[in-house]
Structures are given as C-alpha cells and as structure tokens.
Design a protein around this ligand. Sequence first.
Ligand code: DX5
Ligand code: ZN
Length: 221
Amino acid sequence: MKQRVRIAPSILSSDFAQLGEEVRRIDAAGADYIHVDVMDGHFVPNITIGPGVVKALRPHTKKTFDVHLMISPVDPYIQDFSDSGADIISAHPEAGAHLHRTIQEIKRCGKKAGVVLNPATPPDVVDHLMGDLDLILVMSVNPGFGGQKFIKSQLDKLRILRAKIDSTGRPIDLEVDGGINFETAPLAIEAGADVLVAGTATFTGGPSQYAANIQRLRGSA
Ligand code: DX5
Ligand code: ZN
C-alpha cells in the first residue's frame, strides 16, 4: 500500500566538515529519514564514509538512518553497519552472488531490509523476496555521485514496483534516489514512489533553505 510521502535527505550533499551539525539541521528542517550513501570506490567510482562515521552521527538524531550500501562485497559489513546504528540497510543485487542471503543477514541483525535497483536492473529481481523486504529503492541515476540528471525511464519501473508492492498488502517503502528536484518529484510520486531521496535539492541554498526545500518536495504530492 502507498504510504504518506516521506523525504530522505542524502548527507552526500552536505558539508562533510560539519556532518553532525548538518544532520541536526535536516532533522530540525523536517527530514523523515537520513539517507546515508556508503561507497567503496570499487562497486561505484567514488568513496564516501564507513560505519565509524555512521556511529559518530547516531547521537545527533533519533530519525531513521536509511543506509544505502554501494559496496562489494556487502555481506561482511552488514553487522558493522547494524552495530553503528543503521535502521534500514539496503544493498544492490550486483554486490554479491546471493541476494537472498544478504537480505537474511540484514534481518538476522534485526534491521529493516532493502533492495536497490540500478537503472538497468529489472524489477522482477525482488519477486521472490517480497515477504522479507521493507524497502525497494529505485535508482533514477547511476549510483556514485550526487547532482546527476533524473533518468525518466525509471518511472515505468516505479509503476511496476508499485503494483507488486500493493499486491502484497505489506507496507514496503518504494523509494527513489537520484536527480529528484521540484520538477521530477511530482513525476516520481505519481508513478508510485512514497520516499524521495534528495541530496542536491535539500542542501541547495544553504541551511536557511533546508526546511523550505524539504517542505516543497513533500508538497509535490
Ligand atoms: C547516488 C546516491 C544518491 C545521491 C543523490 O549514488 O545514491 O543518494 O546522493 O543525489 P542527488 O539528489 O543530488 O541526485
Ligand atoms: Zn543513495
């Protein structure tokens, strides 16, 4: 079932020199989830942060830590991200040979589990996992960097996944990540997304604009 629209600012676009303060600011500005992009320079061509930083940020907010793992291998690090305070942990099917096992490992750690679909990854990869999933994340850019252009072909994938989720009757989040702005947010919501990741669109204009940016994205519904 479709849930209310929630906004997940990606701290990838924040000022890394003051991450704790930035997390407190987006919390106060109305963020629903804090989206944490973890990149390893191997699965994606960029390197960001690891579990130590997630742990250091944990005391700065009570909001949901939505941890997007763009790392391979992924299974050996799930326990670490769980211990560091992640609430939702999401992995790409291409990150390992056994996606079902990866999801079971996230559940074993007592966390909510997500699958992330790259632009070329077909939606049916989730078909035999639906009973275990809490979130499906559709990448509307190729993962690795903020500030890229929204790939419109992913709207069809959102529609297909919305129908799959509704047929389960379970509250699985349908999240979209990449190139979300005031123009693309309404398209993604119309196609069935109920969680919007927003890096550039949240942090543009500096701290005085965070609340207005988040409100305007949410208002796109
Ligand atoms: C890309 C990341 C995204 C990214 C989104 O690999 O997964 O979360 O930060 O950035 P924007 O919203 O700027 O496209
Ligand atoms: Zn992300």
